[in-house]
Design a binder for this molecule. Sequence first.
Ligand code: SF4
Ligand code: SF4
Length: 116
Amino acid sequence: MAVLITDTCINCAACEPECPNQAIYEPGASWSMSEGTNVSGMVTLTDGREIDADEMQEPLSDDFFFIVPDKCTECKGFHDEEQCIVFCPVPDCIIPDPEREESEETLLARQQMLHG
Ligand code: SF4
Ligand code: SF4
């Protein structure tokens, strides 16, 4: 499953540079699928929306750092552990998203989609 940042985040920014998929953004930042990945053209998100990979999207949080679920692979294909969790200084600030349970196969397929 993708992981999410909770409201215990202190906005320290330690996690952001550690993500191999550039899935982490600062509060209020616009994001795109193509940033930090090889994705181009139209892409269908897991919520069914079809977007241009280069088009900047609305921030998912104006208050805390946030993770774009469609770019999070739990670090599969790069690391054995979720690097954002490893580097976050606040215990249990970043947690598995209970709404997004995903198999290893799904996460690896996403990693291929992002970087293949
Ligand atoms: S688990 Fe890995 S891929 Fe997902 S947001 Fe954290 S660092 Fe990025
Ligand atoms: S490392 Fe943790 S506390 Fe710091 S910005 Fe990331 S989620 Fe927030």
